[in-house]
Ligand binder design. Structure first.
Ligand code: TXA
Ligand code: MG
Length: 407
């Protein structure tokens, strides 16, 4: 009702949504839109040519399947039973329903940051590019009202990966999308910063026991509380656990979440003294020492204070202007290697100490430090065992750092 009224009054918002919906129905260029997790790059999931446009725009490998976004359970039912409505005889087509194991999850977490894996039938209206040859597809109902309105106005399920250029950190603002995809897409709906900041949790209930394929916005502990999910297995691999299988969500195997700068992640078990020693040795190394560094700290680090004295920071530090907030910069007093005469600046970024604010700001911090042209980013990790978002944050950071750059 609200939407019908909004639409009839032709507000700027409703016109923008209509324009985006029209592009999604008719053009092969994808449209970027906000969701509560990260920005998505959407296309009509039932049209091959438009889904191909997603892979082109973000230069995504074609064997990495996309998540389908729906606005209602009704839309999902129609997707699962494409012939139900058009049956001319009125005979009841056997209906394919959502496997019962997902019911408690859907009740509890939809709309929200949870993607479920469903079987894809041979008569499915989904374009084959969505599933990239798998016999299953991932689907979620986002909680962002703007995302759901867009799906509703388009009246199609939307296939949408994160709206970053492939390998880059996921975008949590419209500006991040613009930075990566300008010239490659025609329209970005700007809904402000994404609240959650990391992508949805991907779960597979088709196997026994069910498995988490990607940690994300919904915590594993919360999922374990649901009936049928008590023994959920960890089906992803990021070095945190001894999981020997190959990654089951195809996207998990690619280089991911990587800023231009080299990322060094310190696991939370690293001692402060060990961190300082490692960084100081790094800074003396001519390859790194003559450059700028970024620090992303969460809880306990006093790395800035250890690199420069408190006095010196007080005298010389300055807030860094937009696009990066919560950052102070100060010169780092390391022995001059004389290699190229560039200033050695440290940019110290405090993400906050609870998992919610860390997840919310993480991708913006990685991107913001890239804009400041740092060469290496030192990151203070948090314990996975804190559950909820902590494991998702560490998963993204381990990928950003790559196995060889974790300390
Ligand atoms: O929060 C999110 O999920 C965001 C927003 C835009 O909704 N989307 C997102 O999409 O993160 P993307 O494409 O960046 O990541 C999708 C992940 C990949 O790791 C992919 O391999 C996995 O989901 N995936 C998709 N379909 C799958 C399937 N049928 N089986 C296993 N994994 C699948
Ligand atoms: Mg992605």
């Amino acid at each position: 009702e609200w939407w019908a009224k909004e639409r009839s009054q032709q507000t700027p918002e409703s016109k923008a949504i209509e324009e985006a919906a029209e592009l999604l129905r008719s053009s092969d260029l994808p449209v970027a839109f906000p969701t509560e997790t990260v920005y998505g790059l959407g296309a009509d999931a039932t049209r091959s040519s438009s889904v191909q446009g997603i892979y082109r725009a973000k230069q995504r490998p074609s064997d990495n399947p996309l998540i389908v976004h729906i606005d209602s359970l009704d839309m999902l039912e129609r997707l699962l039973n494409p012939t139900l409505r058009s049956s001319p005889t009125g005979t009841k087509t056997p209906s394919i329903s959502i496997p019962p194991i997902y019911k408690p999850l859907i009740d509890k977490f939809w709309p929200g940051a949870l993607t479920i894996i469903l079987p894809n039938s041979s008569g499915s209206p989904l374009a084959p590019e969505v599933t990239s040859k798998l016999t299953t597809f991932g689907v979620r109902m986002p909680s962002s009202p703007l995302a759901r309105l867009l799906i509703h106005a388009t009246d199609r399920p939307l296939a949408a990966p994160s709206a970053n250029a492939s390998t880059k950190p996921s975008p949590t603002t419209a500006q991040h999308v613009y930075h990566d995809l300008q010239g490659r897409i025609d329209l970005i709906l700007d809904g402000g910063a994404s609240g959650v900041g990391v992508e949805s949790t991907v779960v597979d209930g088709l196997c026994d026991p069910p498995a988490i394929l990607r940690p994300g916005g919904i915590g594993i502990d919360e999922i374990r509380k649901c009936e049928g999910w008590e023994t959920v297995a960890v089906g992803y691999k990021d070095g945190s656990l001894d999981v020997k299988e190959v990654p089951r969500a195809p996207g998990m195997k690619y280089r991911h979440y990587s800023p231009k700068a080299r990322v060094v992640l310190f696991e939370p078990s690293s001692s402060q003294a060990g961190v300082v020693k490692h960084v100081k040795a790094d800074l003396k190394d001519t390859a790194i020492g003559a450059h700028n560094i970024g620090i992303i700290r969460t809880r306990n680090w006093k790395l800035g204070l250890e690199l420069a004295s408190e006095d010196q920071i007080a005298k010389t530090s300055s807030p860094v202007p937009s696009p990066v907030e919560n950052v102070i910069s100060f010169p780092v007093p390391v022995p001059d290697t004389g290699s190229n005469g560039r200033a050695k600046m440290a940019y110290d970024y405090h993400l906050g100490s609870d998992a919610v604010s860390i997840a919310h700001g993480l991708f913006a911090a990685l991107r913001g430090l890239d804009e400041l042209d740092v060469d290496v980013i030192y990151v203070e990790g948090v314990p996975d065992s804190e559950g909820d978002l902590a494991a998702a944050v560490m998963n993204r950071l381990r990928k950003a750092a790559g196995a060889e750059l974790r300390v």
